[in-house]
Design a protein around this ligand. Structure first.
Ligand SMILES: NC(=O)c1ccc[n+]([C@@H]2O[C@H](COP(=O)([O-])OP(=O)(O)OC[C@H]3O[C@@H](n4cnc5c(N)ncnc54)[C@H](OP(=O)(O)O)[C@@H]3O)[C@@H](O)[C@H]2O)c1
Length: 246
C-alpha cells in the first residue's frame, strides 16, 4: 500500500512546516505549497525525505485545480488536506486597498473553498477505502476574539469556522473529518513583528501540529468540527496591544 498523502498549503514555514514535519515523522507523503520556490526547497531539504513534493503557487490566484492535480500526479492519492496558508494586513479598515482586500479574501477563504472542491474526489476515495480522510482548515482565535484593526482577517477566519462546521454536517457521514483549528497567537515567522517577551508566551507551532496528529488518531465515530488552542490567561487581548495598530 502506498503511504498516506497530505497536501499542506503554506507548508514552507511556521504552522504549515510544523504540520508537514509531524506528518513526515509519522510516515506520510506530503506536498507543501507556497509562493517562494527557494523557501519550499529549503523546507523540503530540512524535511529530508523523497516523500516531500513541493508546488510553487500563489493561492490568492485561481490555482486550486492545478495544485491538486500536481499533488495527485506525484503522490497518487490524497488523505488529508490542510488549508493553512493565510495572511492578514493589520491596520485601520479605511487604509486597506481594494487589491489588498481581494488578496486577503482570496487567500484566506476562497482558496480554501476551491481546494476543498478539487480535493473531494480523492478524499472520497480515501474515506471509502480506509474509513477516513481529513480536511483541516487553519482558522484563528481572531474568529471569536475579533481584535481591533484585524476586521477582515477575523471575518475570513470566522467564515472558515462556519465553512468547516457546515462541511462537517455535509461530509461526515461519508467518513470525511472536517475541522477548523483556531489557535491563539503562535510563534512563527508570521508573528515576527511581536517583541520577544510576547513571543515567549505564544503557542509553539509544534503544538498546532500535535493537534492535527490528535485529529488523525480519533476513532471513525469521533468528529471534531472545531478545536480552539489558547494561551494562558485572557488570550490574545492580554498578549498584544491591538490599539497600537491604529
Ligand atoms: N501565527 C499565528 O499567530 C497564527 C494564529 C492563528 C492562526 N494563524 C493562521 O495560521 C496560518 C499559518 O500562519 P503562520 O503564522 O504559520 O504563517 P507564516 O509563518 O507567515 O507562513 C505562511 C506560509 O504560507 C505561505 N503563503 C503565504 N501567502 C501565500 C500565498 N499567497 N500563496 C501560497 N502560499 C502562501 C508562505 O510561503 P510564501 O511566503 O513562500 O508564499 C508560508 O509557507 C495562517 O492561515 C494564519 O492566519 C496564525
Amino acid at each position: 500500500m502506498s503511504t498516506r498523502a497530505a497536501l499542506v498549503t503554506g507548508g514552507s514555514a511556521g504552522i504549515g512546516l510544523a504540520i508537514a514535519t509531524m506528518l513526515v515523522d509519522e510516515g506520510w507523503s506530503v506536498t507543501i505549497v507556497g509562493r517562494d520556490r527557494d523557501k519550499l526547497q529549503a523546507a523540503a531539504d530540512r524535511l529530508g525525505t523523497e516523500r516531500v513534493h513541493v508546488v510553487a503557487a500563489n493561492l490568492a490566484e485561481d490555482v486550486a485545480e492545478d495544485v491538486v492535480a500536481d499533488h495527485l500526479r506525484h503522490h497518487g492519492r490524497l488523505d488529508l488536506l490542510v488549508n493553512n496558508a493565510g495572511a492578514g494586513l493589520i491596520g485601520p479598515i479605511q487604509l486597506k486597498s481594494a487589491k489588498e482586500l481581494d488578496v486577503e479574501l482570496n487567500l484566506n477563504l476562497r482558496s480554501a473553498v476551491r481546494l476543498v472542491q478539487e480535493s473531494l474526489p480523492p478524499l472520497r476515495v480515501a474515506a471509502l477505502r480506509d474509513g477516513a480522510s481529513w480536511i483541516v482548515n487553519v482558522s484563528s482565535m481572531t474568529a471569536t476574539e475579533t481584535p481591533p484593526y484585524a476586521s477582515v482577517y477575523s471575518a475570513t477566519k470566522a467564515a472558515l469556522v462556519a465553512f468547516s462546521r457546515s462541511l462537517h454536517a455535509e461530509l461526515s457521514s461519508e467518513g470525511i473529518h472536517v475541522t477548523a483549528l483556531a489557535p491563539g497567537l503562535v510563534d512563527t515567522p508570521g508573528t515576527g513583528w511581536a517583541p520577544d517577551d510576547v513571543r515567549d508566551r505564544m503557542i509553539p507551532a509544534e503544538d498546532v501540529a500535535a493537534a492535527v496528529l490528535f485529529l488523525l488518531g480519533r476513532s471513525p465515530r469521533c468528529f471534531v468540527p472545531a478545536l480552539p488552542l489558547v494561551t494562558a490567561g485572557a488570550g490574545m487581548h492580554e498578549l498584544v496591544d491591538w490599539r497600537s495598530f491604529g
